[in-house]
Structure formats: C-alpha cells, structure tokens
Design a protein around this ligand. Sequence first.
Ligand code: 5RP
Length: 220
Amino acid sequence: MSNDADALKRRAALAALEMVPAGALLGVGTGSTVNLFIAALAANPGHVRRAVSSSQASSALLAAAGIEVVDLNEVTGLTLYVDGADEATARRELIKGGGGALTREKIVAAAAERFVCIVDERKLVTRLGRFPLPIEVIPMARELVARRLRDGFGGRPVWRSGYLTDNGNHILDVHDLVIEDPVALERELNQLAGVVTVGLFAARPADVLVVGTASGVERR
Ligand code: 5RP
C-alpha cells in the first residue's frame, strides 16, 4: 500500500471511529483499511470492549488491542458493522472479498443494524466489476461453478490457487463480468450449487459510505 493510499484509508478509518457510540457492540470487517480502524480503536482503550470479528486475522488484532472477540451466536444483534470494500458505487453497493473474508463479512453485516463502509476514493466506481468478483465455493464444486460462470455469465473465473478461506473453502476471482444489475446478479450467483458466498454486497448494501479523499472525508 502506498503512503498516499494509506493516508486516505486512515482518514476514513478515523472518521468511522467517530460514528461508533461508546460501549457499542461492534462488528469488525477485514483488510488493510479495517486494520487502521482497529489501530484507532486500540488508541482509544475502553471505547469499545467487545466485538464480533469477520476473520481470524481481525480477531488476532482485536485481541491484541484488548477488545474481547465474541461469538456471533452469543449475541442478539450488533449496533454497527465497520468494514472496507474493493469497489463501491454511489448506491453503496459493493464488491468485497479481496481479502477472502467475504462469507463471514456478509454474515456479520447481516447481523448489524448499520453497516459503515470505509474506503479511499480510489475504490469508487460508476459500475461494479473492474475489480474481479470474489466468489467463495465449496472445493469439490470449484470447476463446476467455474464452468457455469464462463458459460452462463460470460465471466473469466480464476482460482485463487493455494488459498483457503477461514471456512476451508476456495475462492474464484471472476474477471470480465458485466454487472448491470448487482442485486439480480447477486441473487442468481447465490443459487449456483456449490457457491457459498458471492462478493457482491448489493441486496444488503452499506448504509453509509465513508470515503477518505485527498481533501478530507466524505460521508455518503
Ligand atoms: C476482505 C474485504 C476487504 O474489505 C476488501 O478487500 C478491502 O480491503 P482493503 O481495505 O485492504 O483495501 O472485503 O475480504
């Protein structure tokens, strides 16, 4: 990550911290932007004491920051979910999963009253799909799903070889998709046998987009 990108991500992360009520039960996403958010939490001890995490990587950082990581099954709801994205539109529809944590991210987002997405301005797009769409698949179905993606959707799936998700599954990164209707595509791809999670966050988009820009922070 370049220093410039790092600075913009940090701006978004710090702005998100201001949106977190003291004592909130927080959902925490995954990735370099979220890591900056966790660092901001660590610099404000006691502001948040408990969180549900979307990945083993974030759990380790949260624990190191003195924040108790709780099982989603042990709580009834989350006040807020803070996570990054690989692409975001003005409608706050997202592509996520560059870091491979999309399944748990989608679960934690679904449990949260409010989803605050933190990005730097380079992630903003008018149409999703320049970033290859990550899809988590059951390993035995990988090639079956890849064929369906090629034949039925015109995509070019590339297996993230050598990588296993926290759930023990594979990821296909799908290039060249034309995403005109993200909600419909998310629904259709979700129905392919063997697909665990699609990295489109459109049926449940972010509620707020916090964008770190060269001139400051924009909230959308
Ligand atoms: C991980 C994700 C991340 O939010 C996404 O990849 C953005 O990461 P970064 O903040 O490092 O740019 O979806 O699965």
